[in-house]
Design a protein around this ligand. Sequence first.
Ligand code: AOS
Ligand code: ZN
Ligand code: ZN
Length: 424
Amino acid sequence: MQVEKYKLDGFNNDLLADHKRRFEFVAADVANVDDVLQKLEAFQIAIPSWALGTGGTRFGRFSGGGEPRSLEEKIEDVGVLHALNKSSGAISLHIPWDIPQNHQAIKTLAAQHGLRFDAMNSNTFQDQAGAPESYKFGSLQHIDKAVRDQAIAHNIEVIKQGIELGSKSLTVWLADGSSFPGQLNFRGAFERTLDSLKQIYAALPDDWKLYLEYKCYEPNFYSTTVADWGQSLLYVTKLGPKAYTLVDLGHHLPNANIEQIVSLLLMEGRLAGFHFNDSKYGDDDLTVGSINPYQLFLIFNELVEGMDARGMNHATDLGWMIDASHNLKDPIEDLLQSIQAIQIAYAQALIVDKEALVAAQKVNDVALAQEILQKAYRTDVRALVSEASLRAGGAIDPIGAYRKLQVRENLIKERGAKTVATGL
Ligand code: AOS
Ligand code: ZN
Ligand code: ZN
């Protein structure tokens, strides 16, 4: 399945007059409009290979039609996303779910769709067929050295897979922890995990980064061995300059001030990047921006301010990824919505009047500071996002185009109505 350019152009032409009117209206009020458009065009968000099929809950899984049955088909789906919005130019693989049979062929296929390989993800939270050791009681923290060694070797294997594909980072998310008081010694678990991570770190090429993701609970419900940003920061500081803390938005206790965490990790030069999603209760992995878009904007406000203060390149200096699961919606539509939500928050952060904000902060004008942020947040920037997509060769309205071009119907024709995506 390919999105044909002439069909996309036809779709855009029908919307063009309306779009131009909306764009000019918002552009008239934005002083730095060219800069905003250029930054939006450069901004790419990696798609996780595991989000291309319907997920599920422990109560059931209801697969949709035309889901990708192989790594090749997952790449094809990300190709569809990227053709529609020109902002999904990368895929993040999970090993062993996505082991390529032929690295060169996979690289060529990805390149044909304009995609690169983002962070590689290791998996020591499930037992793999034929593996001698079990991760039931943890992996890098395990009391038994044989289990730790198996988990370390797996991570090193994932790095090797990534080198072949041109990836530059390894994301480690650990399910390790305990579900009952007394089950483990916290200090012992930390020390063993650190020792295991050091061995993985030692296998990282010089131009690679290790992203250490934290999560407050689940699957363990009493303690998690990398539970929060402080613990992740402790590990990565001890590991060395190639280790960074990854923020998954759904991995915090309720009401955590994520934007403040982001600001301080950036300040310390230890922010790896993101797993974007949204949540109401826990690690819900809902569509980005579907529950709390103001928080997303506040995070981007800190990112833009903090990255500019450090002279960082917004598009390339952090890892931008989505981590989502879809139980009800078409996964591709859900991802298009997520990306649009990220672009909207980013565009709003780019139009914040920073000088005025700094001036208001200097004189403790609290009301004005709030007004300045909310003015940006309440600006309807959707036409700016559409314009950036159009200029890059994508759709004015990616979901509208996806439906009009009948992409899902075509995928079902090609792959069948009853397919189950490989992976989780
Ligand atoms: C788990 O909760 C983490 O968010 C992981 O980043 C990710 O969801 C997992 O590696 C994919 O199953
Ligand atoms: Zn995650
Ligand atoms: Zn998660």
